[in-house]
Design a protein around this ligand. Structure first.
Ligand code: UGA
Length: 338
């Protein structure tokens, strides 16, 4: 199988590439990204064909490779909430417009697309478990730009679905629920808007800075280890007996549902215990409650509970998450800190 991965140097792309090369001897990867720092040994691998570049510029390369490949994974997107508020148009241009072009090429060349939707499409849905087929997708007023990512992704989900119904597009949509692990964001070199909560907190602790609990930190997330996410993606790409054909899958860990405050407390316990180099810094850290508008600026709004139903993934992919949070955090911290 020839697989095209756009954004191969990202968090998901780099882990996916590594696992495919290690576990699937018949699969070849054609890949593009702006940078290559997360790809390590993949770059030397005979079945990894990498081109450095911008997918919005290298149109000829993209056409040729979509034609040549069996499956397309467009993984390029801005996925950090601070950016949704700071630069919503950039989110729209990259996450929506640039990806729409790729989707249309998959329709034109009749190629299978595996597209990253997001847990964010459910927005502030009140269901106890978010269900791909039943849950309403609930976002806030337009001035709350937090939801531009959610709605960009949602419209692409709907467009892909419609191309499937009306133009024969073969697709799978997957919805990561707070995937985390090594290489998520850079903890040592924080950029404004560049970090998800876990890497933000690890970075805070390493620098001995206080941890900001936005709106008090009672909001909950189901943190899902990247290895489990990649395992689901391998089943989706493999598509045995068409099990993933034209389906949507939540890929998350419903049993690892914790509050953001609890996450901070776990890290403050773990880091001094297992990584004594940072014990002094960790001791200096306090948990500070901040208002969202002071942390993110106007236009931020949050979801308090986000639990996936994984019934579809269990039934069709035979997939379940295996990694518990404390073990996943240890693995992540080991890769960042040792
Ligand atoms: C994430 C991002 O939108 C995407 O990475 C992704 O599509 C999706 O959700 C997902 O991974 O499922 P969110 O969970 O809000 O959204 O992202 P984080 O930035 O990791 O924040 C999690 C929570 O921690 C939020 O409630 C946020 O307000 C809070 N937070 C964040 C803090 O309390 N303090 C901080 O310093 C940073």
């Amino acid at each position: 199988m020839n697989i095209l991965i756009l954004g191969a140097n990202g968090f998901i792309g780099s882990h996916l590439s590594e696992h495919i090369l290690a576990k699937k001897p018949d699969w070849h990867i054609y890949a593009m990204d702006l940078t290559q720092d997360k790809l390590g040994d993949c770059l030397q691998h005979a079945r990894f064909h990498f081109t450095q570049g911008d997918m919005t510029q290298k149109k000829e390369w993209i056409h040729e490779h979509i034609k040549q490949c069996d499956v397309v994974l467009p993984l390029v997107a801005i996925a950090t909430p601070a950016m949704y508020v700071q630069d919503p148009l950039r989110v729209f241009e990259l996450d929506f417009e640039a990806n729409l072009e790729i989707i249309r090429l998959c329709v034109q060349y009749q190629k299978r697309i595996i597209f990253p939707s997001t847990s964010e499409v459910y927005g502030m849905c009140h269901d106890a478990e978010f269900d791909e087929e039943k849950s309403p997708l609930v976002t806030g007023p337009i001035k709350n730009q937090r939801w531009i990512y959610s709605t960009s992704k949602q419209l692409l989900d709907r467009v892909i679905y419609a191309y499937g119904e009306h133009k024969g597009l073969s697709y799978t949509l997957f919805r990561p629920f707070n995937w985390y692990g090594p290489r998520l964001d850079n903890v040592f070199n924080p950029k404004p808007g560049g970090s998800r909560v876990l890497t933000q907190f690890i970075g805070n602790i390493l620098r001995g800075e206080n941890i900001n609990l936005v709106n008090g930190g009672a909001q909950q997330r189901c943190f899902t280890y990247i290895g489990d996410g990649i395992d689901a993606l391998l089943h989706i790409i493999e598509n045995k007996n068409n099990c993933a054909h034209n389906k949507i899958f939540n890929i998350g860990n419903p049993s690892e549902n914790i509050s953001i405050r609890q996450l901070a407390e776990m890290l403050l316990e773990m880091i001094p215990q297992h990584y004594p180099t940072y014990a002094e810094q960790a001791k200096a850290v306090q948990l500070v409650e901040v208002e969202a508008k002071n942390y993110y600026g106007d236009g931020y709004q949050d979801v308090s509970l986000r639990v996936p139903s994984i019934r579809q993934a269990q039934e069709h992919l035979g997939w379940e998450p295996k990694m518990d949070l404390s073990m996943g955090l240890r693995k992540t911290l080991d890769r960042y800190l040792t």
